[in-house]
Design a binder for this molecule. Sequence first.
Ligand SMILES: NC(=O)C1=CN([C@@H]2O[C@H](COP(=O)(O)OP(=O)(O)OC[C@H]3O[C@@H](n4cnc5c(N)ncnc54)[C@H](O)[C@@H]3O)[C@@H](O)[C@H]2O)[C@H](O)CC1
Ligand SMILES: [K+]
Length: 520
Amino acid sequence: MKVSLKAEMRNIDKLTAEKYGLPALVLMENAGHRTAEAVDRLLAGVAARNVCVLAGSGNNGGDALAAARHLHNMGAKLKVFLAGEMAHFSPATAAMHKALNAMGVEMHVLESDRDWDRLHFALKFTEGIVDGILGTGFEGELRKKTLRLIEEVNSAGKLVLSIDIPSGVEADTGRVPSVAVQAAATLSLGLPKVGQLLSPGAEFTGQLLVDDIGIPGELLQDAAIKQALLDDAMAAGLLPPRSRAAHKGSCGRILVVAGSHGMTGAAALAASSALRAGAGIVTLAVPQSVHDILETKLTEVMTVPLAETKEGILGGEEALGQLLSLAESYDAVLIGPGLGRAAETLELVRLFAARVSKPLILDADAIYAFSRQPDDLSRLPQVPVLTPHLGEMAGLLGVTVPELRESLLPIVREAAAEYQCVFVVKSECTLVAYPDGDAFFTTKGNAGMATAGSGDVLAGTIAGLMKQTESGLAPLLGVYLHGLAGDLAAEAKGEALIASDIREHLPAARMKLREMQYKQ
Ligand SMILES: NC(=O)C1=CN([C@@H]2O[C@H](COP(=O)(O)OP(=O)(O)OC[C@H]3O[C@@H](n4cnc5c(N)ncnc54)[C@H](O)[C@@H]3O)[C@@H](O)[C@H]2O)[C@H](O)CC1
Ligand SMILES: [K+]
């Protein structure tokens, strides 16, 4: 499913009216009806239940007023509070207000202290709240009155359904400049919005529901919308069947270059995850002095010792030669997990990346190797896949983590285009961005996956998939399987996961994805 920015949604609105002749009121009516149905589900029936509807003066407020009419028809005991000036209503919102007024529903404009007291008590005794204060039109800092209203909603601690986006969350970034409504669920109209997926907006969104409000389907699938959600339906199309005639060579020969003193675990996790992701053959190339440790640790993964400096650090001409000739026999190379940041090692990474012609995945310290010279990435002979966490991405680009978080999508997208890389930026909502501007979000995964080694498992998973699907799609499939494996691991083990739990659930995640394919 595509994910929209607010300008894109505005354009869809415009085209719905201009090209298809559907007036704004039609979509608003559908939005209101869908909202009332969602509230009915959330409260397990609204008949004879107390419900407060909060409406701003924009179209989000109009959706709320339309919902109020339906909730009234469904038998809810309604109280409606208007946060904005009626004089500022859009024509569609004014029409919804007029209809509701004619039905005799209790409505109050929040003006005097008495109105605010009324609101306070209504929120105390209500069972559910509909948040139609602000939608995608919100910008800047909250005005005082709106801020007060949102604080009242949050301190009431009731079940809230937000229409389109929790009020106070920026639709394009997920930023919350002041405060935002804490929703139990958000009903996104037509398409999900970027701000519901990225932090902190995602935390205010609660359960994300997306519903159809009658927008013509082709507008929602427009190729000009270049963000999408990496959902089950999309992931199911990414994993080709494994042929009965498959042999280990046909499922991918993967070279992993990783590990150093004290960080052999990262190397072991990455290499074994590539196998668990279904690769046929995985070889782990490690500095000579840790080779025996890894040979003992690993059974199915083959190991190769690499030349070191006198100080036991990976680097130098001999190691470069070894790596370049080894790479010739493999379908893809992952370099970086646990390599360390010695100058010689970082130099080796840069020289190797500049000369190897195989699909390349750079993780961890191999990303750090380019942090003072990200321009070099655009001169590599391949389009590499980089798998940084937010800190590594910020370091690579020379920005701070808060700066990166604030504008995550545009910054990562621009970097992918400028440095001609595929970026897999790991966070609560992993973002995959391609050089042509395509970007994908995932909501799979859970907080238990924030554990040492989780990134090594992801890098290994992506590497392991490079030959099993189109190599350009392996990052997407890898991110999805890694997230799903984490969710399955959490179901089996609980919240505190360790990285090998995720790895061990990769085969079950694959199987689940296969089941989804059969259902489609
Ligand atoms: N195709 C669709 O998706 C449809 C969406 N609908 C709904 O319309 C809103 C967007 O409506 P819009 O009128 O553009 O904006 P809002 O209602 O979100 O907000 C405008 C409202 O907010 C006030 N405002 C703006 N910034 C601030 C601020 N910092 N502090 C306080 N108040 C602020 C502004 O003055 C206006 O009064 C979308 O989310 C959907 O819910 C359609 O109804 C159906 C089609
Ligand atoms: K809202």
